[in-house]
Design a protein around this ligand. Structure first.
Ligand SMILES: NC(=O)c1ccc[n+]([C@@H]2O[C@H](COP(=O)([O-])OP(=O)(O)OC[C@H]3O[C@@H](n4cnc5c(N)ncnc54)[C@H](O)[C@@H]3O)[C@@H](O)[C@H]2O)c1
Ligand SMILES: [Zn+2]
Length: 557
């Protein structure tokens, strides 16, 4: 697997001082991953037919180190093994090179006092205390301390370090599997080059996003490639699970996962803390551990809810987003915002929590109710309007193919749109720099429309489409946008079946819900406007009169 200039990440190599648990942890990690386990000390004993103290006594340390290098080399050349390297192996630069070229290097740490205690007493880490060479001599603790100190710079080559002082072997093994996943994310080349549609790279995370027609069947395999293994817990809604649950379960089981699944009722009403608690109960009942992944299979409601549960259960378990609605594919699953609703407001309780993988099977859009699909196109068009003229033109040109969900064209459009959002998220993961604000284009009015109608009249995308018209019209009135562009946007929205105005909504309620009055909110509304396609700008000097005038044209009677 190793490529020029890239680190392979096939194996896990455990390094660390004596009594940090490399052998026992290594065995347990191998069991959990379903991989082979190689303990270099055991291999040396097998190879030479002598115990290690005898090799040292009869043949000398140099001979031992040569044997160690040989067995390490053999192990590192294999694929999918967990290797426990002898405590002193890392001192040799050739060994270090072998390890780094072979996989993820994880260092098990312990304080000198802990090591001393473990060597003295019968512990999980050293089950049969024998008088080890380290304990011989006048001041064994001091010896451990100085030898460890001398090796510390070499341990620093590791990709991940785990302090084992207060952990059981089992817990350390869990941390290794967890660390493996994180460390691997830092490497390029863990999936084939160009295979992932794109990567989202934020300050804290990096993860691949796969978009493709019929991709669901490769879910398990893709998850394994980002270092997930063992247990996968699917959370889905009843409608989506009925359609795609079996395929997802099969794909996961085929890749060796033990699968659990939980369905929640479909619909926004399910996105509550009460449902989250039910999901926690279910996970506790399943004895879910920190490295058991949650797979969110469904639209944005499921993605937000399951994502919120993943972010909070055991302070965070791996999350895999498998969006099945257009909104989820281009918006909800990209960006790491997860939340549940509060009776007083949508998404009031939430977190930023990035998934380790997003896999979107575009084919699932063929079963999405028509109105939901149309609503999703609003966010796609929005991404074009604010971020990329070329994308906007692509939508204009290919509208016909997109409307009949042509596999190739649709995959291209959806992937492109999601990547545009991914880029904004990468620049402003936690809404700190303001860059992410531009994604709110059309949303100031949309939120007003939704709130004024109790979130029942409009689908989100429908309200956004009207809001986009409002934002464009305000831009035009402020003299920064030509009427031609306003009409171009209207034409495209309408081509996709989206509304660009509405009737039967109380204008005053909308204005109230928008909280435009500075005296009420204490701060000016920051409007996302456009100067042209792909040219957003943020203004906080939009007059109330302007907004009212525009809304009167959009909200008719
Ligand atoms: N986290 C974010 O950044 C973000 C962004 C946008 C929206 N959201 C959230 O996303 C939610 C809206 O997402 P949504 O529009 O996907 O809603 P949704 O998840 O409720 O899905 C809409 C309906 O479509 C059904 N469905 C989904 N995929 C299907 C498929 N392939 N075939 C048949 N039916 C399918 C669902 O069962 C549901 O009935 C809201 O809760 C919103 O707050 C979050
Ligand atoms: Zn939106």
């Amino acid at each position: 697997m190793s490529r020029m200039g890239q680190r392979a990440c096939g194996n896990v190599i455990l390094i660390g001082f004596s009594a940090t648990g490399k052998s026992r942890v290594g065995g347990e990690v191998a069991r959990r991953l379903g991989w082979d386990f190689v303990d270099t000390d055991d291999e040396i004993v097998k190879l030479s037919g002598k115990t290690i103290p005898r090799i040292f006594a009869e043949d000398g340390e140099e001979h031992f180190r040569a044997l160690e290098h040989r067995v390490l080399k053999e192990a590192c050349q294999r694929e999918g093994v967990v290797i426990a390297a002898g405590g002193g192996a890392i001192v040799n630069p050739q060994n270090r090179e072998l390890m780094l070229g072979s996989g993820v290097v994880i260092c098990l740490e312990a304080k000198p006092e802990t090591i001393y205690q473990r060597l003295l007493a019968d512990t999980e880490y050293v089950p049969n205390p024998v008088v080890r060479p380290l304990l011989a001599g006048a001041n064994p603790l001091e010896r451990i301390r100085s030898l460890k100190e001398a090796r510390q710079p070499f341990y620093a080559i590791s990709d991940w370090t785990i302090s084992t002082d207060n952990l059981t072997i089992d817990e350390v093994a869990g941390e290794v599997v967890w660390g493996l996943r994180y460390a691997r994310r830092r490497f390029m080349g863990l999936y084939g080059e160009g295979e992932a549609s794109f990567e989202v790279v934020t300050a804290s995370e990096r993860y691949p996003v796969f978009f493709g027609w019929g991709l669901l069947d490769s879910l398990g395999e893709k998850m394994r490639r980002v270092g997930l293994c063992g247990v996968a817990n699917i959370i889905s809604d009843e409608q989506v699970f009925l359609l795609y649950g079996n395929r997802a379960v099969k794909a996961l089981e085929g890749a060796g996962f033990a699968v659990g699944s939980m369905m929640v009722p479909a619909g926004e009403g399910t996105k509550t803390i009460e449902t989250a608690i039910k999901l926690y109960d279910w996970l506790v009942g399943r004895h879910a551990e920190r490295n058991h992944a949650i797979v969110a299979l469904g639209g944005g409601m499921v993605g937000d809810l399951a994502g919120f549960v993943a972010a909070t259960f055991l302070r965070g378990v791996p999350l895999v987003q498998v969006p099945t609605s257009l909104v989820a594919m281009v918006d909800a699953a990209i960006g790491g915002k997860v939340a549940v609703n509060h009776p007083k407001g949508k998404n009031l309780i939430g977190a930023f929590y990035q998934p380790c993988l997003v896999l979107a099977d575009i084919q699932t859009l063929t079963s999405l109710p028509k109105r939901e699909l149309i609503s999703g196109w609003a966010e796609v068009i929005k991404h074009g309007v604010i971020l990329d003229q070329e994308h906007f033109e692509f939508l204009e040109r290919e509208a016909e193919g997109l409307l009949r969900l042509d596999p190739e064209i649709t995959t291209q459009a959806v992937r492109w749109s999601a990547a545009l959002k991914g880029k904004v998220v990468a620049e402003d993961e936690k809404e700190e720099t303001g860059r992410r604000t531009i994604l709110n284009y059309g949303h100031t009015i949309a939120h007003g429309l939704e709130a004024a109608t109790g979130y029942e009249h409009f689908l989100h995308g429908e309200a956004v489409a009207i809001g986009m018209m409002g934002a464009a019209m305000i831009s035009e009135r402020m003299g920064i946008l030509s009427l031609g562009v306003v009409e171009r946007q209207r034409k495209l929205l309408e081509r996709f079946g989206l509304p660009t105005s509405c009737t039967g909504v109380d204008l005053n309620e909308v204005l109230k819900a928008m909280e435009l009055d500075k005296k009420v909110t204490g701060r000016a509304v920051r409007w996302v406007l456009i100067k042209g396609i792909g040219e957003p700008l943020i203004r906080d000097d939009v007059g109330l009169g302007e907004v009212k005038d525009v809304l009167e044209k959009l909200v008719i009677g």
